[in-house]
Design a protein around this ligand. Structure first.
Ligand code: C5P
Length: 215
């Protein structure tokens, strides 16, 4: 059995997916981390984000591995480095390139082929794992999402501004929803969970209840 979790930026998908994976004894796979790792490599190699063929070439020469909740880019652990505001600002451009998505989707399906996976992203329930046994669409108001991201980045020591974060989230959502290939959208059979004004434990209980009912 696999569980798909999709939703817009900063809705709490990864926090929820990690707790659920622990409670249910499943493997957590963060697909956003894969697109972020490629973005990091493109930034570090000074590649022009409008130069699609160079970006595709870069991905074809990149090794991405996920193991025990860590992400490795060409064998280097980049789990923390991929969370910078600059990577967040650029990642949707990379994620809109169909050749890059095809490669990532293959990798994601391989990781899920033996089941027992909780995968989060934007197109998991619609494209990557359309047969997932349970699908959730996690959302929250943009103000709530920006507030959470602001506090998270501030705690990490970044000099951040709430309004800029809100703008970045809105811009990323727009790019993710409007792209031609695998846009962020609600799968017909997904259960929608609005996390605004909800405590994490309440959300987890709601999801676990669905898990028991659907099993
Ligand atoms: O989940 P996270 O916010 O880290 O994702 C970063 C970006 O990666 C998203 O804004 C989106 O552009 C891209 N992404 C995607 N498809 C996925 C996961 C992430 O396009 N399955």
């Amino acid at each position: 059995m696999n569980i798909a979790i999709d939703g817009p930026a900063g809705a709490g998908k990864s926090t929820i997916a990690k707790i659920l994976a622990e409670k249910l004894g499943m493997n957590y796979i963060d697909t956003g981390a894969m697109y972020r790792a490629i973005t990091l490599k493109a930034i570090e190699n000074n590649i022009d984000f409008n130069d699609v063929s160079s970006l595709i070439n870069l991905v074809n020469n990149t090794d991405i591995k996920i193991s025990n909740g860590r992400i490795y880019l060409d064998s280097k652990d980049v789990t923390d480095k991929i969370r910078t505001p600059l990577v967040s600002q650029k990642v949707s451009k990379i994620a809109a390139i169909s050749e890059i998505r095809e490669k990532m989707i293959c990798l994601q399906r391989e990781l899920a082929e033996n089941g027992n996976v909780i995968m989060d992203g934007r197109d998991i329930g619609t494209v990557v794992l359309p047969n997932a046994s349970l699908k959730f669409f996690i959302t929250a108001t943009v103000e709530e999402r920006a507030k959470r991201r602001f506090l998270e980045l501030k705690a990490k020591g970044y000099d951040v501004n709430y309004d800029n974060i809100k703008k970045e989230i809105l811009s990323r959502d727009e790019q993710d929803m409007k792209r031609k290939i695998s846009p962020l959208k609600l799968a017909e059979d997904a259960i929608v969970i609005d996390t605004s004004n909800k405590e994490i434990e309440e959300i987890i209980q709601e999801i676990l209840q669905q898990h028991i009912t659907r099993r």
